[in-house]
Design a protein around this ligand. Structure first.
Ligand code: NAP
Length: 854
């Protein structure tokens, strides 16, 4: 008789449940593991369709937690077939005596949280109720086949097969007329084998998919060698990688090489026969549509080179989704299959299925008879198995109801209102965008360690806070927003199931970064969780990832470079360093014309660059001042941003140099700025500007110059300005604002660098002068409308915010934008950080608004 009150109930005996059982036992937790099938293996137990294989190489798709397995088990192939993977699962289960802890042919039907007892009651298909402290769903991401959603499916009197529920005894299609519906991974793997046997095969395709040859064979030697040389290092690299497979990160943009070179590079990747190789050829195919199109077209050329009938080749070529935005497939002879005379492709876009009949399928104007229909129509992915159990949390709220508009989780592991419920590879975790083995092991270990920590510290419950859960949702969305994944109607987006909310289900920020977030949560005392025990509560509420994901990647990359602090350099050294850093950046968009010249400054000529839109002029004019802490930079140093503002706002931008400190200290920059403004005003018409449509703008120290110049113009009877655009401006030399402490270090512009800038620029007394610290001006009324953009993780954030507020209080029209998750430099990084693009668009819109009136 099994214990009906245990520490942990686990549902699912796939690779996740098996490992978890092993770990929980090891740690002395009493456990019940329920499995609906009659053996271990999970996905590899159910998916027995012909040709079913794993697309991740066996060197990587295997447990790492038992090092003995590396010698005790030898994989026969690079991409193991389903029977071999199932045998591996069985081997592990036997070796570790897991069978004795698993109850087969039992489903969890419902789960109800008992708030008084602080326990879950799990109702099983055997009519039993199991009481447990913790409840873990190890139910897999692709385990519930979706309803094919086709009229008449129940009518067909022939044989019906679903790839995800294939008969254990196998199917012989010899001499049969077979319809296959669906061309995802399951369809693409099974079709060539079905076609080998069947008399006739008709494939009903709604969406063509990208597929590459698996080049199956022995396990990849270079991976085998690396594993043998240093298994720990290899495994660690996988754990910290983007996808759970050691891969050298791409550093080349698909747009930076000719198509010929791009195709050569892609061919090299394709020859590797590794799922992730093609998508990893270029650094930008997942985030830039144009870059992705290079890859997509390469893949289409491959289809054309194999499929003899050009019309069929065209039908098999994906055009409506980017490469990788739907899970790419690996095949063995898939496209070749369509050259066989008994194989036919039906494009459901042109000839939709009208109904399935007793004997076949009616579609378009045709009616075909079949002996068998194979549904390779996919899964209710990621959430289907979880909400398939009637889970009632606190106050009777069901998880299904809570997730009505999309799953809400903290770390993809837990959900508010459902204490002590854990999901392995749940929505909001890398899961299906990773090597599942790596993600499974990470979750199992995180849950194990959490339960042990709770036991040691006397806590009975753990539940995420609403703040943390919402923060994770925002972070997941931020990650998805910088990619092009959301363009596709994929199952990643829930788009394959009618009525399912359309949200990016997996976490797309990468396996390594995700793992670091989970570890950090623990290190910071279970940040974002509330833990309770008898007479005690612990809650370190907060957010785990707030910096925009692409900004975070840049910071991480810069961290690895061990760059010297700028403030440790001489001004000359800092200038050289800054110029060298700018040299490698993307140039920004093409403008109509760029012109370099000089104008009269306060004490000699100043260089400037004019950016003219391609549209017919004359244009409104913005005089722009560059950043660089008054010490470095030039009229060219913010080139990509100036180009982008020019193009997007249809404004003539004149980026002006000004004298730099320490050679020319305060007020040289301000005086040069004002002189430049007057010169541009006087020469506006000859430059192609619209008289009377003049604004100033600048970033950082340039934002300071712009704000000061706007005040000088007001106080010196002009020129009249239509607006001032201040991006992360320096406004207050006192640097007493909280953001100087909050963001003192780690976000490129540091507190000490800011101190260095000020020391070079202005004496302590001068810093109180409004021409150095515009926030200190006694009167801010009468200034032109302002757009002030501040960044959350910028030491200058609060002084920028304060200036926006002070301007507003003085009656100035202010458009104040606070860029969430950004740092001092990130918005200027055109074509490098997609998360900055919306703010640049807003700035351009802000400039247009300056000029829209009067
Ligand atoms: P899938 O990728 O969702 O493919 C389902 C196919 O059925 C799609 O072509 C879909 O068209 C089509 N379809 C669905 N409903 C339809 C309808 N009512 N009428 C006509 N066509 C319909 O499912 P899957 O192939 O089972 O693969 C799911 C995932 O499982 C894979 O992406 C992969 O992650 C995993 N998997 C992995 C392996 C492996 O590692 N080797 C093998 C199999 C599966 P639309 O695209 O238009 O929706």
């Amino acid at each position: 008789m099994s214990n009906s009150d245990v520490d942990v109930v686990v549902v699912g005996a796939g690779f996740a449940g098996m490992y978890l059982l092993h770990e929980l036992r090891k740690m002395g937790f009493s456990t019940r593991l329920l499995e609906a099938g009659d053996d271990v293996g999970g996905t590899w137990y159910w998916n027995r369709y012909p040709g079913a294989r794993c697309d991740i190489a066996t060197t990587d798709y295997q447990y790492t937690w038992d090092p003995e397995l590396y010698t005790q088990w030898t994989w026969s192939e690079k991409h193991a077939a389903q029977p071999e993977i199932l045998r591996y699962a069985q081997f592990v289960a036997k070796k570790h005596d897991l069978y004795s802890g698993i109850e087969f042919n039992v489903r969890a039907d419902d789960a109800t949280w008992d708030e008084k007892a602080k326990k879950w009651n799990i109702g099983t298909s055997k009519g039993e109720t199991i009481v447990c402290r913790h409840y873990v769903m190890a139910t897999g991401c692709l385990s519930v086949p979706k309803d094919p959603d086709i009229v008449g499916t129940e009518r067909f009197a022939g044989n019906v097969y679903v790839t995800g529920r294939w008969p254990h005894e196998g199917v012989d299609f010899t001499g049969k007329r077979v319809a296959v519906i669906g061309t995802g991974s399951s369809g693409i793997q099974s079709i060539p084998i079905i076609a080998e046997q069947a008399k006739e095969v008709v494939i009903f395709q709604r969406t063509p998919n990208f597929s590459m040859p698996a080049h199956n064979g022995p396990p990849p030697q270079y991976r085998v060698d690396r594993l043998k040389a240093d298994r720990e290092a290899y495994v660690q690299e996988a754990r910290l990688s983007g996808t759970g497979v050691p891969l050298e990160m791409a550093t080349v943009s698909a747009l930076s090489v000719s198509q010929e070179t791009a195709f050569e590079m892609l061919e090299e990747s394709r020859q590797k026969g590794e799922l992730l190789a093609i998508g990893n050829t270029f650094m930008d195919s997942g985030i830039n549509r144009q870059a992705n199109e290079v890859v997509a077209e390469f893949m289409r050329t491959k289809v054309r080179s194999v499929v003899k009938d050009p019309e069929v080749a065209e039908l098999l070529s994906p055009y409506k989704h980017g490469y990788g935005t739907k899970r790419p497939c690996m095949d063995t002879g898939y496209f070749e299959t369509f050259n066989q005379p008994h194989v036919r492709l039906v494009d459901l876009g042109v000839n939709p299925i009208e109904t399935i009949t007793e004997t076949g399928i009616n579609f378009g104007n045709e009616s075909l008879e079949f002996d068998a229909i194979v549904y390779a129509t996919g899964f209710d992915a990621m959430t289907g198995a979880i909400v398939g159990v009637d889970i009632k949390g606190k106050n009777g709220m069901t998880l299904k109801k809570k997730w009505e508009f999309g799953p809400l989780t903290y770390l993809g592991l837990t959900s508010v209102g459902f204490p002590n419920l854990f999901m392995i590879t749940g929505p909001g975790s890398p899961s299906v965008l990773s090597n599942m083995m790596v993600s499974i092991e990470q979750h199992v270990e995180w849950i194990r360690d959490t339960l042990v920590a709770m036991r040691e510290q006397g806590f009975d419950t753990i539940e995420p806070t609403p703040l943390a859960e919402n923060g994770w949702r925002v972070h997941c969305t931020d990650c998805a927003d910088i990619t092009i994944f959301q363009d596709a109607n994929s199952w990643y987006m829930g788009a394959n199931v009618p009525g399912k909310p359309r949200v990016m289900l997996p976490y797309i920020g990468g396996v390594g970064r995700y793992r670091m977030a989970c570890d950090e949560v623990v290190r910071r005392g279970y940040l974002g969780f509330e833990l309770t025990g008898v007479g005690k509560t612990q809650c370190n509420d907060g957010l785990i990832r707030q910096v925009q994901p692409d900004v975070d990647m840049v910071l991480e990359m810069m961290g690895t470079l061990n760059l010297p602090a700028i403030e440790s350099m001489t001004p000359t050294g800092a200038r050289e360093f800054s110029e060298a850093s700018s040299a490698a950046r993307p140039p920004g968009p093409e403008v109509g014309e760029m012109l370099d010249a000089t104008l009269a400054g306060a004490a000699g000529d100043l260089a400037y660059r004019l950016y003219r839109p391609a549209t017919a002029g004359p244009h409104p004019v913005m005089v722009y001042f560059h950043g660089g802490g008054w010490v470095f930079g030039s009229h060219l140093s913010d080139d990509p941003l100036c180009r982008e503002l020019c193009v997007q706002s249809n404004t003539l931008i004149i980026s002006v140099n000004y004298r730099h400190a320490p050679e020319a200290r305060f007020p040289a920059a301000a005086q040069d700025g004002f002189a430049a403004l007057k010169w541009v005003h006087e020469n506006a018409s000859s430059l192609g500007g619209l008289p009377g449509k003049l604004a100033v703008g600048g970033w950082s120290a340039g934002g300071n110059v712009a704000a000061v110049v706007a005040q000088m113009a007001r106080d010196n009877d002009g020129p009249a300005l239509s607006g001032q655009l201040l991006l992360c401006p320096v406004t207050d030399g006192s640097r007493q604002h909280q953001s100087h402490l909050d963001n003192a270090d780690g976000y490129i512009l540091t507190r000490s660098l800011m101190e260095w800038f000020w020391n070079h620029y202005a004496d302590t007394d001068d810093r109180n002068n409004p021409h150095a610290s515009p926030l200190l001006a006694h009167d801010l009324s009468g200034l032109p409308p302002a757009m002030v953009v501040t960044c959350q993780f910028d030491p200058l954030r609060d002084e920028g915010d304060a200036y926006a507020q002070a301007l507003s209080a003085a009656g100035v029209a202010v458009n104040h934008v606070q860029a969430r998750g950004h740092i001092h430099t990130s918005i200027t990084m055109v074509d490098m950080l997609p998360s900055g693009a919306p703010y640049r668009r807003q700035m351009a819109e802000g400039i247009r608004t300056f000029f829209a009136h009067g």
